[in-house]
Design a protein around this ligand. Structure first.
Ligand SMILES: [Mg+2]
Length: 350
């Protein structure tokens, strides 16, 4: 979580009917030996399978299962942002320097105020941000926050990571119709993330967000807490990414389009424990990362506690330990998908 972090982001088999889901952004897919066709689940011949780069389309995608064929072939890599893809909380790169506020002082004030008022620390930081901006006469609107995204530093290799993971999955899939998606679940701000160069790589971003218009001052529209992050993992799992739809209705495991076993969660610390715990309990995988220049102590604790499969320095370049360990988990997921597809085929009497 932002404040606390400082104070201590398919193609189906040929012949399958094309489901109604349009091409999402932030996805890479493979159709094995076959090039994507108009029968692809993306419905686009100019999809990412040709380029290895994410397609640009709609931000949200509600997955609809085709009526025939084994469908659970979407792999989701889910990331925390602050401390995981970027070394420091996103507010420290532009927002706080513009106001001339020391980051440590700001987060300390958030922590003190939240404790004093028994307030949610995330609502507190969002409130303090616009309070401080107002005091200094600085605009805090959507455009201003989006512009700040350009200043956010990313760990080495992050920019190229998404295409590289797509390349790896295409190389290793051995079955047509595998789709790779990247998701971001962050307590940070949607608007700042939108301004970062990596935003187009994400199929969807779930992050805290301001509601600028209805009141005299910006008001938190959505606040994503540590435990609240798990709701979004369930939304990915159930294919209910429209936040206007309830996530609480019962959906049998067999109907969920992206099994947790097709997911890897990336986080950097204690604020990711609820998400990591859910992933591990539900058959998914988790990786903890740490700043390459700082201690790995927290990661080691998470690893020893069985919260994560692996930990590694947050170096996303090819041949790094993080790259290698992620590929190992992808190999396991791809093998698992092939086994389940074979069992499905046997059961369906194909
Ligand atoms: Mg973090």
């Amino acid at each position: 979580m932002t404040g606390r972090a400082a104070s201590k982001k398919s193609t189906s088999r040929a012949g399958d009917p094309a489901p109604p889901s349009p091409s999402p952004r932030g996805s890479s897919s493979t159709s094995g030996e076959s090039p994507p066709t108009q029968h692809s689940a993306h419905g686009r011949a100019d999809g990412p399978a040709h380029t290895g780069l994410p397609s640009v389309g709609q931000t949200k995608s509600h997955i609809a299962l085709p009526s025939v064929g084994y469908t659970k072939k979407t792999i989701s890599l889910v990331y925390d942002f602050d401390g995981t893809l970027s070394p420091r909380p996103m507010q420290e790169y532009s927002f706080l320097p513009q106001l001339g506020i020391d980051a440590a002082d700001f987060w300390a004030e958030c922590t003190r105020l939240a404790k004093e008022r028994q307030a949610d620390p995330l609502i507190t930081y969002m409130h303090l941000m616009y309070k401080k901006a107002k005091e200094k006469g600085l605009a805090i609107d959507r455009a201003a926050l989006v512009a700040q995204g350009a200043a956010v530093e990313l760990y080495p290799g992050v920019t190229d990571w998404f295409a590289a993971m797509g390349d790896y999955v295409r190389l290793r899939a051995e079955t047509p119709g595998i789709e790779l998606r990247h998701y971001l679940i962050s307590s940070g701000l949607t608007e700042i993330i939108e301004g970062t160069p990596i935003r187009p790589h994400f199929h969807n971003v779930f992050a805290s967000e301001y509601w600028f218009e209805p009141y005299e001052t910006p008001f938190p529209k959505r606040v994503i807490t540590d435990t609240g992050k798990t709701q979004y993992l369930f939304r990915i799992n159930k294919g209910i990414e429209d936040l206007g739809e309830s996530i609480n209705g019962h959906m049998p495991e067999a109907e969920r389009p992206i099994p947790f076993s097709n997911m890897i969660y990336f986080g950097d610390g204690e604020t990711d424990v609820p998400s990591m715990a859910l992933m591990k309990k539900s058959g998914g995988a988790a990786i903890a990362v740490h700043n390459p220049g700082l201690t790995s102590k927290t990661c080691e604790e998470l690893f020893r506690a069985g919260r994560v499969d692996f930990y590694a320095p947050a170096d996303y370049r090819r041949a790094s330990p993080l790259f290698k360990r992620t590929c190992l988990l992808l190999d396991r997921i791809l093998a698992d998908i092939r086994v389940r597809e074979e069992v499905w085929g046997l059961g369906s009497g194909r």
